[in-house]
Design a protein around this ligand. Structure first.
Ligand SMILES: [Zn+2]
Length: 89
């Protein structure tokens, strides 16, 4: 689990690095994921807020859905190792 935090932290710092002079916007989704984007580009990363406790949403509005819950996209989602921990019957 702490491994995911490290992965997300690295992805965030890379994102901020490549958008150094741009204003970054973060939005919380009802699924608990945060979407980080900039006003000047269409680049965006998604991650669970629990994997980035140091990131606060810059927007009061909570999204109904995001790429994390709708498309299963996210820097903390490893497509190769689908560990489905929440098994439903
Ligand atoms: Zn979502």
């Amino acid at each position: 689990m702490s491994n995911q935090i490290a992965e997300v932290t690295e992805a965030i710092s890379e994102f901020l690095d490549s958008h150094r002079n741009q204003e970054v916007e973060t939005n919380l989704c009802s699924c608990g994921a945060i979407t980080m984007t900039t006003f000047e580009s269409s680049d965006a990363i998604q991650f669970k807020s629990e994997n980035a406790p140091f990131i606060k949403s810059t927007n009061d509005m909570i999204l109904d859905n995001c790429n994390h819950c709708a498309n299963n996209w996210g820097v903390d989602i490893d497509e190769e190792y689908e560990d489905e921990e929440d098994e439903e019957e």
